[in-house]
Structures are given as C-alpha cells and as structure tokens.
Design a protein around this ligand. Structure first.
Ligand SMILES: O=C(O)CCC(=O)C(=O)O
Length: 322
C-alpha cells in the first residue's frame, strides 16, 4: 500500500492525512548501520532509529505464530473460528479485557520463538554498536496483542522506568507485517530535545508515575495534535514489515495508530541499556508476576486511596486546556 496521497490514518483520537503536517512517513536509517558515529548522531538528532529488517523475517513470523497459538489456547472465544487460527483474527467480541495480558516474564515472553527474535544475536549486536558497550536487556518484556479499536496514547517511557540509568532504549518490534491501519508505533520527531518540549520534559516527562500514584494509563494525552500544537515536533510512522524495528530514547514522545482491523496486532517492546549500569529493579530478576499495570491495560485499573489524575497534574503544571 502506498504511504501518502489521500490515505487517512487514525492516530489516537484523531484521523489525520498521511503526508500532511499531522503525519509524515518514517525514513529508515539502514544506510547508517556501518557508521556507528552517524547512527548515534541520528538518534541524538531525531530521538529514534527506524531500521528495516533488523530481525530475521522468518523468525519474526514464527514468533507471531507462537503468540497467536498462545492467544487461541487462552480461551475459546478469543479467535474468530471462521478463519484459520494462524491468521490471528480476533473474535469481534474480543477486545480489551479479553485478549490475554502477556506483559512480564512468562511462558510466552520467554518462549524460544519469541526470545530468539527479541534477544537474539541480531539486536544484541546492534545494541552493542549503538551503546558502545556490552548490552543488557530487561527480563520484563512488553508483549502485546492489540485488539480492534485499541491504541496507545502519547507518552514517554521515562515515566514508567526511571529507577535505573537514563541510558535505556526501547526497541519496538511488530511480530508480523503491520500496516498503519493495524496499529503501528508513531514517534514525535524532536520531542526528546526541542527547547519547546522543555517544560513538558521537566514536568510530565520527569514523573515516576508509580511513585506519584497516577491513576490510569500514564499517557499525557490520547490526542496527537495536543502534543504538536502545544510543543511542536513531527509525528511519523510507517507500514512495518516483519523484521523492522523502531528504537527510541526514554524521552521520545510516542503513541500508536488505531488497530482498525480484526487482526491481533502483536508486538513486543524490549528495553536495552549498557550492562553494568543500574537497572530499574522492577524489570530485572524476579519481576512481579504482572508488573505495574499501566498503558492500555491501566484503563480499568483499581482506584487506590491516594491517586492523582493526569488532568489534575496538567493543571498544576500550567498546561491549560487547548
Ligand atoms: O505497542 C504499543 O501500542 C505501544 C508501545 C509503547 O508505547 C510502550 O510500551 O512504550
């Protein structure tokens, strides 16, 4: 499918035109792979690296099959039985709360097929080059099946994992071919360093949402244009093929497009940092069975005694309603 013209994409709560100022296409950084200095400079400049074919395509497709099998076996009503299960078509009644929660360290995140991709020699070699150090990855894996109409709102990862070093990078790996209509990751280019994001980064971006008792997802907003209209930057996404990855900093604002299909959009976030630097203890070793439940799975979270909402915090930080 072409990546411009009149193609309209749902990015969070907005429908935007691809190729317009609201949403541009990501450009791969593969031409920099042989030049580590330029690769690091690109990350420093843009806040992300889009690499096509970092993983082996067949290994990614094998991992997808393993995850879809896990979803199928987690309950009869999960997949639409009028399609071959291998296609991973979710039953129309199977949305949030029905697809199994797979984040953490469990039999599917640590199955051979999944680990072969997300912790395999290819990403390991890549991060050794990028970090200029022996790389280490968190034991906790953010493996997900995104359902029809599901999406992730705009946030930075620092709010979830700031208790170790800040030299952590997220590698977002879609397991399968994923078009923008199926829910791809989008990054706001420049958001990690533009001066116009300074107050955002000093307030929301520096929050430890668990410590702050933030209620819900941890997202700043579900509206991508709230980010660009307030602070600038440029939203970018792409159609991903099995093997492609998007790697970005803890301070890069990102979100996802909406999954408008019945296909389970399977993806995994793997976090990498230089070995030997402090790690966020929540995500290494004996991680809590399900870990902190934020993001898309935090929407129905239990209300605790002392909680604050993102709206209350935004008011306190002086982010007026747009
Ligand atoms: O997979 C997604 O929809 C979002 C991933 C993400 O933003 C994250 O885990 O930080």
């Amino acid at each position: 499918m072409g990546e411009s013209g009149s193609r309209r994409i749902r990015l969070g709560t907005r429908e935007v035109a691809l190729g317009s100022p609201d949403l541009q296409c990501l450009q791969p950084a593969n031409h920099l792979l042989e030049d580590p200095v330029a690769l690091r400079q690109e990350m420093a400049d843009k806040g992300y690296l889009f690499i096509r074919g970092l993983h082996d395509r067949q290994e990614v497709l094998d991992a997808r099959l393993e995850v879809v099998k896990y979803v199928k076996e987690s309950g009869e009503e999960k997949l639409d039985s009028s399609f071959p299960w291998q296609q991973g078509v979710l039953d129309s009644r199977c949305g949030r709360g029905c697809v199994p929660f797979m984040e953490g360290k469990n039999s599917i995140t640590h199955s051979d097929a999944v680990l072969r991709v997300i912790e395999g020699p290819r990403p390991r070699a890549f991060f050794k080059t990028l970090l200029c150090a022996e790389p280490q990855t968190f034991d906790f894996k953010w493996l997900r099946a995104m359902y029809n109409e599901g999406f992730t709102g705009a946030h930075v990862d620092w709010v979830y994992m700031s208790r170790g070093t800040d030299q952590v990078y997220t590698m977002w790996t879609p397991l399968g071919d994923v078009t923008m209509e199926m829910g791809t990751l989008a990054v706001c280019e420049g958001s990690h360093k533009l001066h116009s994001f300074q107050h955002f980064q000093d307030t929301y971006g520096s929050l430890d949402i668990e410590e702050a008792n933030l209620k819900g997802t941890g997202w700043f907003t579900e509206d991508p244009l709230e980010i660009t209209r307030r602070f600038g930057g440029q939203w970018k996404s792409a159609d991903f093929q099995a093997g492609d990855v998007l790697i970005f900093t803890m301070r890069t604002v990102h979100m996802s497009t909406v999954n408008r299909t019945q296909f389970a959009r399977v993806s995994c976030d793997t976090r990498w940092q230089p070995a030997g630097l402090p790690c966020d203890p929540r995500f290494v070793g004996d991680v809590r069975p399900e870990g902190p439940r934020f993001g898309v799975f935090g929407k129905d979270g239990d209300v605790k005694d002392v909680e604050v909402t993102i709206e209350e915090l935004k008011e306190k930080w002086g982010f007026d309603q747009l």
